[in-house]
Design a protein around this ligand. Structure first.
Ligand SMILES: Nc1ncnc2c1ncn2[C@@H]1O[C@H](COP(=O)(O)OP(=O)(O)OP(=O)(O)O)[C@@H](O)[C@H]1O
Length: 791
């Protein structure tokens, strides 16, 4: 065999081997390593396991609390038995405590109603305040809040001469609130309706329910131990307690007292043993009273709505305190002064010192009142205090982590942080947000010595899971901030937040800020906060949650006319305001696209912003709108929270928001820094149910505007020019939205009707095939009168 043949054979073998090697080479640039030499999946599984364990631990802790509560109940009841009863068990049990159960209840009643018992009351059923007297109390309202309970008791005094003691302690001047609950806002007095007791709720709500805070206008106890004739004797309550005691003892004998099964039994919702009024005739008159008060309440609300534009509430945004009075770095004070911040706003004054002291804090304050600076200052101070700062580390630990729900908000917060760090060389801020290249983030993380990260949860988790060494950098974290905390702890984000928190050191400070903190968020806030955190609420029960100088109104109009009404309102506003700046909120990204296309065809100066747009475009539009005047931003809810666009003159909400909180945040884009503003919500008749959710807000009804037929034709013509694919996409998205949020949407027959109306308002013919496609997409089957199922 010649050499050339041998060479050719060898060449063939070599090329085969190289082809095989190419085929088995792993994709994505080789294996990634994680701390502890784990691969990506092992690392992910480890985190999931840790999360599961944490969940189990929390559950166990909760069980322990129930057990302890049960034990203490039994102890009180056993101690309540007098030795005179001759029961050996009771006499030995009496050693547990010196009081009988009824004495205990009476003493508590006395304690709660006496003056100076403020320390017993909680902030919005939260933990007891460390510092009950704030240095600068929120200025009082010009219009005093309507105290339903006080009115009730006053009326009752007049009616039958008996003095009913209100459960609400008297507001002491100089205090923000002695205690709080949602009672004032959510719970109208509902007589004859039993309120529920949830034994698994936190200790604070126990306090509420035990003392009938929820929905009860009056309290059964009186000072001095005298009994209100409307309520049964405490002894009848004791009889109930005794029965329960016997049942519990029987359970105990079976040795299942503290078993999971026993706990499950106590986990069930129980009807609270709220004392009922005895006299039926009094109940009737009481009903009348309540009706009367409701009417008065409605009237007051209407008056407030009518006059809100005329400075009903003159609350000052700034306090007399100045930043240099706090223990913050002089360089930061210099930067603050440079940016025009000299005095603190109310929320900054209320929260700053507590945050600087290193406590875990949950803060609620109205939109546009300066929460960002209130959490950025403690974050910067925490970084400055760390010994590693100033040391020339190539890769510095991440000391402060700020999480925001949207990319634009994260960029805005990072920009604000940079303003405050103007004179601090060596401290860096980096924003990690979705929609940008991961590689670019990695390079910036390696090249910039940043100690503060502002991130959206998804992208941060990406870095934790896919970038080796990133989790290690987080181990030195000193402070965690959740801006728009209620949204971040919402179902959409919660899993991500839990995963992130699992990667952070336990010994850290956590700050949660938002303009809305629903009760359920307070309960789950302990996913992030320590149990003994402080709750600061600068809004309070007595005040409205929306900006005081924003006039709020709604219009009910047939859906087929919505685009026409929007066009009319915008034209009218442009005529009235020379420097108009309007935000139009739409229900979904696709509906936003459609509305923008329509306004664009109508030659209005508008921009669009929603999640379907690339990040670069979104950033550009956001910056442009921040700087501009005489511009309309048509947007989805990506702009509803936290975005600080100065001098917005009108917020127009087209269609129902997904919940009450979203309404407040959308509206909060106007009237910032205590300025004037206007908010209009446009609803279809079937969306009126939403008004009930915001009934305590000063919102008034506007009549349906008189529409110009010529303008109507113009709108129809412009709608005709909009691309069919945009209309179809909006149609799908719109139906999906209503199907997911509203009761109406869940009624399939109504949904078909809505679909027809929506399609006609777009000039879409709604062919059955299109509706079938939508219905299938939404997982709907068997709609009466329509064959949805694919044959
Ligand atoms: N101490 C201050 N003095 C003057 N202006 C301030 C001060 N603090 C904040 N501001 C201004 O108040 C405006 C609103 O601030 P910020 O965006 O922090 O409000 P926010 O409470 O976070 O609102 P949202 O709830 O919508 O997120 C900003 O324009 C900011 O510059």
């Amino acid at each position: 065999m010649s050499w050339s043949v041998v060479l050719r054979e060898r060449w063939k073998i070599l090329s085969k081997i190289s082809a095989t090697l190419t085929a088995v080479r792993s994709m994505g640039g080789g294996p990634r390593t994680f701390p502890g030499g784990l691969n990506k999946w092992q690392f992910k599984r480890m985190h999931e396991k840790m999360a599961r364990e944490k969940e189990r631990r929390l559950l166990e802790q909760e069980k322990e609390v129930y057990q302890a509560r049960l034990r203490s109940q039994i102890r009180v009841k056993v101690a309540g038995r007098s030795p005179a009863q001759g029961d050996e068990e009771s006499s030995s049990a009496a050693a547990y405590g010196p009081m009988t159960a009824s004495d205990h209840v009476k003493a508590l009643a006395d304690r709660f109603t006496k003056e100076g018992a403020e320390d017993l009351w909680n902030e919005d059923d939260g933990p007891l305040r460390d510092d009950p007297v704030p240095r600068n109390p929120a200025p009082s309202r010009t219009v005093p809040p309507l105290d339903l309970r006080k009115m009730m008791s006053d009326r009752c005094k007049v009616a039958d001469g008996t003095a009913w003691r209100s459960r609400r302690p008297v507001e002491t001047p100089g205090r923000r609130r002695q205690y709080s609950s949602d009672a004032g806002r959510k719970c109208r007095p509902k007589l004859g309706v039993k309120s529920k007791w949830y034994p698994d709720s936190d200790s604070d709500s126990d306090l509420d329910s035990d003392f009938g805070l929820e929905g009860d206008p009056v309290k059964p106890f009186q000072t001095g131990g005298t009994r209100n004739p409307k309520f049964p004797r405490v002894s009848s309550v004791n009889a109930d307690l005794k029965e329960e005691e016997v049942a519990i003892r029987a359970e105990k004998k079976k040795k299942i007292m503290l078993s999971g099964a026993a706990l499950m039994n106590h986990d069930r919702k129980k009807e609270r043993r709220a004392p009922k009024p005895k006299a039926v005739e009094k109940e009737d008159s009481l009903d009348e009273e309540v009706e009367c008060i409701r009417d008065e309440l409605e009237k007051r609300k209407r008056d407030l709505a009518a006059t809100v534009g005329q400075e009903v509430e003159e609350e000052a945004l700034l306090t007399p305190r100045r930043f240099e009075e706090y223990s913050i770095s002089p360089l930061t004070v210099k930067a603050l002064t440079c940016a025009g911040y000299v005095q603190l706003t109310v929320v900054q004054d209320a929260a700053l010192q507590t945050c600087l002291d290193g406590n875990d804090v949950l803060v609620k304050a109205r939109t546009g009142t300066g929460k960002s600076i209130a959490f950025l200052l403690p974050a910067i101070e925490a970084v400055l205090k760390d010994a590693t700062v100033g040391v020339n580390n190539r890769i510095s630990p991440i000391l402060a982590l700020i999480l925001c729900p949207t990319r634009e908000l994260a960029s805005q917060v990072a920009a604000e942080a940079n303003v405050l760090l103007k004179y601090h060389n060596g401290i860096g801020v980096l924003s990690l947000i979705g929609g940008t290249r991961f590689k670019v983030d990695q390079q910036r993380l390696e090249s910039d010595p940043c100690q503060i990260i502002v991130a959206t949860p998804g992208r941060l988790l990406d870095h934790i899971e896919n970038k080796s060494g990133f989790s290690l950098r987080l181990l030195g974290l000193k402070i965690l901030v959740l801006d728009e905390a209620d949204h971040l702890l919402d179902l959409g984000f919660r899993k991500d937040i839990e995963k992130i928190v699992d990667c952070l050191p336990r010994k850290r400070q956590s700050l949660l800020f938002s303009a809305t903190i629903p009760k359920e968020v307070r309960r789950i806030s302990q996913v992030v906060l320590k149990r003994e955190h402080t709750f600061i609420d600068t809004v309070g029960l007595s005040s409205q949650e929306t900006p005081p100088k924003v006039s709020q109104s709604y219009i009910i109009a047939p859906h087929t006319l919505h685009f026409e009404v929007v066009h009319h309102l915008l034209k009218e506003h442009i005529m009235q305001e020379a420097n108009y700046k309007v935000i139009v909120f739409c229900t979904t990204a696709m509906v936003t696209q459609l509305t923008f296309a329509l306004l664009h065809n109508l030659k209005m100066n508008a921009r669009e912003m929603h999640s379907r747009k690339p990040q670069l475009y979104r950033t550009r539009i956001s910056d442009e709108f921040r700087e501009s005047k005489r511009l309309i931003l048509v947007t989805s809810d990506v702009s509803s929270r936290g975005m600080n666009y100065p001098d917005v003159t009108l917020v127009l909400q087209m269609g129902v928001p997904c919940d009450r909180e979203q309404y407040i945040h959308r509206l909060g884009r106007t009237g910032r820094e205590g300025k004037n503003g206007r908010g209009i919500m446009l609803l279809a008749p079937w969306e009126e149910y939403f008004l009930d959710e915001i009934r305590e807000l000063p919102i008034g009804k506007l009549p349906m505007p008189v529409l110009n037929p010529d303008a109507g034709e113009k709108v129809a013509e412009s709608m005709g020019k909009v691309d069919m694919s945009i209309k179809e996409a909006a149609y799908h998205a719109w139906l999906g939205y209503y199907n997911s949020i509203s009761q109406t949407g869940r009624d399939k027959t109504t949904l078909v009707e809505l679909a027809n109306r929506f399609s006609s308002s777009m000039g879409l013919q709604c062919p059955p095939a299109l509706f079938r496609r939508t219905a299938l997409k939404m997982g709907l089957k068997d709609i009466p009168g329509i064959r949805v199922r694919n044959s």
